[in-house]
Structures are given as structure tokens and as C-alpha cells.
Design a protein. Structure first.
Length: 397
């Protein structure tokens, strides 16, 4: 009973208590603990499952010992609810003495954990969330996923140059949706395009049908769509039910809406959709073919871009631990991660040493049916894309 009471008190410790607790040196630990905080239930469950699967696959392939440390992953489900994320992160840092927190399926979750990462000097590896500002919220945040600005600027340029004059936009009403909309509009209108309708939908449990009617009535050439990974299947179902697939209105956007994890169940309504994104299961590299085959064998499903974010995130942690020679303090690990470069299933990637954000190729892809299955088939590549939001800020200084 006494032990239970004490652990409850520890879990409820405030910022002062947290800072004091984590001041205990962890260098002597033989176990290196990673707190993996992802949504395993709720609307973003497919994101969490992909990341969890990818981490498991990587550890099966590479082993669970690095630089003399035994790697232990503690999986926690936050349901993509920021209050849950904050509580779980604090418990992992205070009670479980984790060396790294990782995952973060949505931006509000990543932001909720940022102050704790800073206070505890624990690296926060963002494997999913895509709002530009995330890495600015703590010097201990490093991202292996993407930013919406990377893909939305590129699809905006592509649309303006490829005969699309009028666009209606449908975006989820939270920070990544706002980023996607802002950066698409900026580049599309600069290229001479016009936004004829602009709709924001709720993040949680959205019913797209009434908004889709507004899209149809505005008679655009294309719809720019951003919904988070996991919601694309429901969106495309309602898109087809409303007859938009027969109306000649194309679907364009960043690649979240056409996530490989769900794409094959979307049916012919998805054929022809053009998106700009960091990863496709159809990416033709030998490394990706091996990755897709191993993932399918292990989990009976195709990996999507969230799986790649998780796979690269655990790789980054392993390589940083090797680079420090097993040194586990947060400052040493983050320093080791800055500027790191490697070949990923998505292509060549690196961590920008200035922003701690990912630099990667962005591919323009079209949904096509191949061997009876739907795939995002790449037809153009924009190499080594930095986050445009941070690049613009740096240029303005």
C-alpha cells in the first residue's frame, strides 16, 4: 500500500518535482528505455499501429542491444488526446526513467510533451506529427516524419503548372490542416490559381458529406484535401457516395489522404488522385522492396508513411546511441542526431543540424491500379526538401 501511494505521488509530481526527479544520473543503466507514445485506439489508431509495427520490425532485424545497452520499448496508447500524452510522458519520465520519448501521432500530442522533454532533458523523437513549429518548441525534439509545408508547397506548384485553375479546399481544422492550407494557397495562387471554396472540418469523427456537397457546388477543377492519416478511407467513401468521382473533380493534396495503409480499400474513386508526399509502398528502390516484403510478411499489411516515420525514428535512436558510445544523456544524444544522414526505404534523408527537422525527397504520385491493387505511383521527384517554413524564416534573418 505504501509503495502504491508513493508511486501515485511521484506520477502526480509537478514540474519542479519532475526536474528534481530526473536529475538523477542515468549513465549507469544497462537498459536503454524508449517510451513509445502513440494512438493505438480512436480515429488515429492506424498511425499508432504502423509506428509500433515498424519499431518491432526494425528491432527484429537489428537486434535489441546497442553500444552495450539493452533496448526496451514501453508502448503507451494516448488515443491522440493531448492530456493523455502529457500524463503518460510524465509517468514514463518520472516512474519508468525512460531515456527517450517517441511516437506522437498528432501535433497537439507532440506539443503537449515538449515542455517535459525540455525540463527532463530527454530527447523527443517525433515519428508522425507534421506541423512546422513542433521542433521549435523544445531543443530536445528531433523529427523523422515530415512537415505539411514540405508537400503542400510542392503540390501547389504542380497544380498551378498543370492546367488546374480553380481549387476548392477541404482541410482538418487543427494545426497541420492549417499548415497544409496556408502553404498550398501560397504557392498555388502565386502560380495564378484561384481558391473558389474553403472548408475546414472537425478533427474528431468528421462527417464529410455536407462539406463535399459545397465542394461539388463550387465547380472546381480539383479539390485540395488534407485529412490526417487514418481518415482518408472514410473521406474517399463519402466522396464516391456523393458522386464526386464521376463529376470530373480531381483529388489533389499532400499524401496523407492516400495513405498506403488504407489505399487499397478505397476503390476506383481513388484512381487518378495526385498527391505530393515523402513515401509510397511502390517506391522502386531495392531497400524499399525489401522493407515492404518484410513488413507484409510480419504484419500481413502494406506499410504506409507512418510506418516509415517509425522505422527511421528507431534507426535514428540506435545510431545516436552508437555514436555516443553508449552515453545516454539527452544532450549527447541530440547532438549525435544533428546532421545524421542515411538511406531510408523512402530514399535519402538527413536531420537538419540547425532545425533538427528532416530533409527528404518529396515525390509527386498518381494513384494507379497495378496487378489488381491500388498504389501511389511516383512520376516526379523534388530532392532534398527542407521545411519551407523554417527555410523562409532563416532567409529573412
Amino acid at each position: 500500500m505504501l509503495k502504491s501511494t508513493l508511486s501515485r505521488r511521484a506520477a502526480l509530481a509537478g514540474a519542479v518535482g519532475l526536474a528534481a526527479t530526473v536529475a538523477v544520473p542515468a549513465h549507469a543503466q544497462e537498459t536503454f528505455k524508449i517510451g513509445l507514445i502513440v494512438p493505438m485506439t480512436g480515429g488515429q489508431a492506424s498511425t499508432g499501429k504502423q509506428i509500433d509495427n515498424a519499431v518491432k520490425l526494425y528491432m527484429q532485424q537489428k537486434g535489441d542491444t546497442v553500444a552495450g545497452k539493452k533496448i526496451e520499448v514501453i508502448l503507451k496508447d494516448d488515443g491522440a488526446v493531448p492530456d493523455n500524452t502529457k500524463r503518460i510522458a510524465q509517468e514514463l519520465i518520472v516512474n519508468d526513467k525512460v531515456n527517450v520519448i517517441a511516437g506522437f501521432g498528432v501535433t497537439p500530442a507532440a506539443l503537449a510533451a515538449a515542455p517535459l522533454a525540455t525540463q527532463a532533458k530527454v530527447p523527443e523523437i517525433v515519428m508522425a506529427a507534421g506541423t512546422s513549429i513542433i521542433t521549435e518548441r523544445s531543443p530536445y525534439i528531433v523529427r523523422t516524419s515530415f512537415t505539411l509545408a514540405q508537400s503542400s508547397t510542392i503540390i501547389g506548384d504542380w497544380a498551378a503548372k498543370n492546367g488546374i485553375k480553380k481549387v476548392a479546399t477541404l482541410t482538418s481544422d487543427y494545426a497541420p490542416g492549417n499548415d497544409a492550407l496556408t502553404f498550398f494557397k501560397q504557392n498555388f495562387t502565386a502560380g495564378g490559381g484561384e481558391i473558389v471554396e474553403e472548408v475546414k472540418v472537425p478533427l474528431q469523427n468528421p462527417d464529410f458529406a455536407p462539406f463535399l456537397q459545397r465542394m461539388k457546388d463550387s465547380k472546381p477543377d480539383a479539390m485540395f484535401v488534407f485529412v490526417p492519416a487514418g481518415q482518408g478511407g472514410n473521406f474517399m467513401k463519402q466522396y464516391a457516395e456523393r458522386g464526386l468521382d464521376k463529376s470530373g473533380i480531381k483529388v489533389i493534396g499532400p499524401g496523407d489522404v492516400m495513405d498506403d495503409d488504407l489505399l487499397n480499400n478505397m476503390g476506383d474513386a481513388a484512381v487518378g488522385a495526385v498527391t505530393a508526399h515523402l513515401y509510397s509502398a511502390a517506391h522502386p528502390s531495392a531497400m524499399n522492396k525489401d522493407f515492404v516484403a518484410a513488413y507484409k510478411k510480419a504484419f500481413s499489411n502494406r506499410p504506409g508513411f507512418m510506418a516509415v516515420g517509425g522505422y527511421d525514428g528507431i534507426h535514428l535512436i540506435y545510431e545516436a546511441l552508437k555514436k555516443t558510445g553508449g552515453k545516454t544523456d539527452g544532450d549527447a544524444l541530440v547532438e549525435a542526431m544533428k546532421g545524421m544522414k542515411w538511406e531510408s526505404p523512402r530514399g535519402p534523408i538527413s536531420i537538419d543540424p540547425e532545425t533538427r527537422d528532416i530533409v527528404q525527397n518529396v515525390y509527386i504520385r498518381k494513384v494507379e491500379r497495378k496487378n489488381g491493387q491500388l498504389y501511389n505511383v511516383e512520376f516526379d521527384t523534388v530532392p532534398n526538401v527542407k521545411d519551407p517554413f523554417k527555410a523562409a524564416k532563416a532567409a529573412a534573418k
